[in-house]
Design a binder for this molecule. Sequence first.
Ligand SMILES: CC(=O)SCCNC(=O)CCNC(=O)[C@H](O)C(C)(C)COP(=O)(O)OP(=O)(O)OC[C@H]1O[C@@H](n2cnc3c(N)ncnc32)[C@H](O)[C@@H]1OP(=O)(O)O
Ligand SMILES: O=C([O-])CC(=O)C(=O)O
Length: 402
Amino acid sequence: MTTAADASATTGTTGTTGTTSTTGATTEPVIHRGLAGVVADTTKVSNVMAETNSLTYRGYAVQDLTAHCSFEQVAYLLWHGELPTPEELVDFQAMQRPRRALSPGLMLALRLLPTSCHPMDTLRTAVSWIGTEDPDAGTYDEAANQRKSEMLLAQIATVVAIDHRRRLGQEPIPPDESLNYVDNFFHMCFGSVPSPQIARAFETSLILYMEHSFNASTFTARVVTSTMSDQYSAVTAAIGALKGPLHGGANEAVMHTMLEIGHPAKAADWMRAELAAHRKIMGFGHRVYKNEDSRVPTMKAALWDTAAVVGGGERWTEMYTAMEQTMLAERGIYPNLDFPTGPAYYLMGFNIEMFTPMFVMSRVVGWTAHIAEQRAHNALIRPLSSYDGVPQRAVPIELATR
Ligand SMILES: CC(=O)SCCNC(=O)CCNC(=O)[C@H](O)C(C)(C)COP(=O)(O)OP(=O)(O)OC[C@H]1O[C@@H](n2cnc3c(N)ncnc32)[C@H](O)[C@@H]1OP(=O)(O)O
Ligand SMILES: O=C([O-])CC(=O)C(=O)O
């Protein structure tokens, strides 16, 4: 089998059985395991530029957006291609905020779910449920899909907050239309709004989490959409893809790791032992960025800001520094966005198992922007495989039943 890394340039047509070169000789197909390095389609939503460690949403640098825009403004930008005018923003908020309350059916379903399930399972089930209650779930047109995207954005935060509370044995707190997305989420979780510094740090994390081109969960949403399936199915599948620790689940794993290490002074030895045992350390490495994740400096600053206003915060910033320095010295691998976000969410008072659902609260905007783009220029996503199982054979006569 030839992999992308060791393949020499081959021209010709590729099928499941091999490649026919222009000279007529059959060679083995080039296998791109994990689709690494494959450009699967074009997109206008965001641009991940690994060479310059930079990232733009609809042409705006994410650092510019986190410095000057609210979560709602950036969500509007990703969906509509332009930042909203002040009037458009008011209209957007007036339409979004009343949609935060959940249906009685979904409220009941959330009560019935076991608390032993992971909150990502709650969220996956809730999105699927919302789809069952939408009489237009299967109808596609641009306006209907935009309405569904807005509904999902408004309701996912409510589901996450209710799940956060029910695991603590607490009753839901209804959403408050007078509050912005961030303050309302804290209000629904804790019954109060955060300090401006914490609100800003949290909003920064959400803006940075919102979109990242063809990452595994977005690509999952595009694969489902490419079959002309519905938006709820695509988002439900994307939640399943984000849950894994090699993707969004890493923000939870980072905090578990930091707690296991316990003290910054123990970080270097702990990490060296893990690396010697060939185990991966969550929150480090990236498929596209091989130098530094474009979003990390901004989120690292937000973690430091959070630590400055929360008691005991320096324990986790010192842990961050110790782990970052050790990984760079031992393997030359940089932290990814999940590395600063994990301890930031922990310092903000969230239970660790809620971290990946909080990622969904934001990434749903990116997913649905990509679903719209996929639908607008659809091509069924169906790659080829190279068979390397047993050669063709006949059913043994003694096992035949007909
Ligand atoms: C929001 C996000 O989804 S960001 C990503 C969050 N995921 C994580 O933090 C999980 C930990 N990181 C990883 O598993 C990987 O870096 C990934 C999956 C993110 C990207 O991986 P890939 O591009 O497939 O690279 P791959 O896993 O093959 O790693 C290349 C090499 O670096 C090593 N490596 C990469 N990441 C790590 C890590 N976190 N810890 C230890 N070694 C690592 C691999 O062991 C491999 O070494 P080898 O060539 O000696 O076998
Ligand atoms: O792009 C990726 O592969 C993973 C990632 O950082 C993201 O989804 O934000």
